[in-house]
Design a protein around this ligand. Sequence first.
Ligand code: 1HE
Length: 267
Amino acid sequence: MPPTEPILTGILPASLRAEQSGAVAILRLDRPEKRNALNDEAILGLEAFFAALPDSVKAVVLATDGDNFSAGLDLSELSERSTVEGVTHSMMWHRVFERIEFGRVPVVSVLKGAVVGGGLELACATHIRVAERGAYFALPEGQRGIFVGGGGSIRLPRLIGVSRMADMMLTGRVHDAEAAYAMGLAQYLVEPGDGLSKALELAGKIAANAPITNFAVIHALPRIAEADPRQGFMMEALMAAVAQGSDDAKDRLRAFLEKRAKKVTEF
Ligand code: 1HE
């Protein structure tokens, strides 16, 4: 792995820090004493990070300090909020998480310890989730008398279905990493402590893809998947033509035909 350099130090709050290693940026939630509970400062810090991402970054790893991914919404900020403030607050989370999901580069998250409430919603806004054994997944909103507000009702049912999400919210059910992996909450399951290295390995591969392919996977694929199939087929055809027409695609296809590229089994 290339050496890491701190980046964006001037714009990140104390609860976040970022470094860059080659074409991969590592953003860390750094408030372990509060289990990386997400206060407004952290959410706006995430937004600032993705807005200011250097052009040289081609993939991001979202990791955390301490033993947990995130305990979700910082409950100490919740109690005095009016209804209107509550709507505005939720819409702020939506804006920031959309910036992650529909940003410039793919994001790989490293899930360990608590992946709870808004922490799980944040994880679901990333593109690839690597879960360490020992991670646990829950939506305690039901028990706290609140509701998800970070896009969870949109993103979680796509991954696990409405019935499993309803069960988590109604009963407070906690899923271990193995169950979460089996139901599709995470695409990778690794041993405790191996999450960051796996995420960096994956981010390195992603960063080496043609930018047009990463763009298509982030921006076109989810829209096509949710479109009326008649529109979807057309969008797919157009996206395929745009990608195939790029110089990058032509170079890569030529490299394969001239036996200079890796085979599928060698990636
Ligand atoms: C917090 C938070 C938090 C911990 N907001 N301060 N999320 C929840 O309902 C989860 C609430 N947290 C917990 O159930 C537990 O903290 C955990 C199971 C995640 C971790 O337990 P543990 O034993 O490792 O830590 P702890 O001793 O409970 O917490 C350590 C400190 O972090 C403690 O503060 P301290 O000053 O007493 O040391 C906790 O108060 C603090 N802490 N979690 C504020 N969440 C957009 S809508 C999203 C809606 C939601 O996310 S709802 C789910 C909220």
